[in-house]
Design a protein around this ligand. Structure first.
Ligand code: AP5
Ligand code: MG
Ligand code: ZN
Length: 217
């Protein structure tokens, strides 16, 4: 089963993908995570992407579709993929169709996380992750069980994203509204879109998504 998690910055795409990976053995393909890894490694892609990401704008369609294609080649047929933060433009949606079709895969659902934009700034500015394993946390909504210690790997090192400040978040929202939300009708026309209340608490959002994947919603 291949799905897209769609929603504005801070909607909970990464949080929910992490759960589906743990619960269902699916693979998360987050272009944001891949680009951040490229920036960290100082690759050619990373050098091109850094300033664009720091400004909250979108990296070029060619770059992201190429990195998604490379990763898809490493995933076997039986393993389901969660696309997190991709596609984000019409051109990317078209590329994804080709990338999947060429590999004999198809999309099963596009799950839209519906959220109230006012809540997103608080979610994003409070977010932090484990510097070692990448597990996601929040200052208010999801603190580690033992303060200062990662629940997953026990590390004591955490980090915050450079684009997680109030000003850049506004640009990211504008980009979402202008370029990403308009791809929903493409998937609506194919009957693939399912909506989930992304303002519910994290566990309830997971339950709602699982119900969709199990054909119970
Ligand atoms: P990307 O990394 O994709 O960032 P984003 O879309 O802005 O989304 P976020 O990761 O900020 O939010 P999320 O929905 O994953 O929320 P999370 O689960 O963490 O992209 C970053 C940049 O890379 C882009 O701006 C662009 O420059 C570039 N890029 C990436 N992909 C690209 C592409 N395809 N094309 C072009 N450029 C691309 O949740 C947020 C916080 O809220 C967490 O702390 C979490 O604990 C908390 N939380 C989650 N759910 C809930 C809940 N239900 N209740 C309370 N708190 C919650
Ligand atoms: Mg994310
Ligand atoms: Zn960790």
């Amino acid at each position: 089963m291949d799905i897209i998690l769609l929603g504005p910055p801070g909607a909970g795409k990464g949080t929910q993908a992490e759960r589906l990976v743990a619960d269902r053995g699916m693979v998360q393909l987050s272009t944001g995570d891949m680009l951040r890894a490229a920036v960290k490694a100082g690759t050619e892609v990373g050098l091109k992407a850094k300033a664009v990401m720091d400004a909250g704008e979108l990296v070029s369609d060619e770059i992201v579709s190429a990195i998604i294609g490379e990763r898809l080649d490493q995933i076997d047929h039986a393993t389901g993929v969660i696309f997190d933060g991709y596609p984000r433009t019409r051109a990317q949606a078209e590329s994804l169709d080709t990338l999947l079709g060429d590999r004999g895969r198809k999309l099963d659902y596009v799950i839209e996380l519906e959220v109230d934009e006012d809540a997103l700034v608080e979610r994003i500015t409070g977010r932090f992750t484990c510097a070692v394993c990448g597990a996601g946390y929040h200052d208010k909504f999801k603190l580690p069980k033992v303060p200062g210690t990662c629940d997953v790997c026990g590390s004591h090192e955490f980090k915050r994203r450079p684009d997680d400040n109030a000003e850049t978040v506004r640009t990211r929202m504008v980009e979402y509204r202008a370029k990403t939300a308009p791809i929903l009708p493409i998937y609506e026309a194919r009957g693939l879109v399912r909506r989930v209340d992304g303002m519910a608490d994290i566990d309830h959002v997971t339950q709602a998504i699982e119900a969709i994947l199990d054909g119970k919603a």
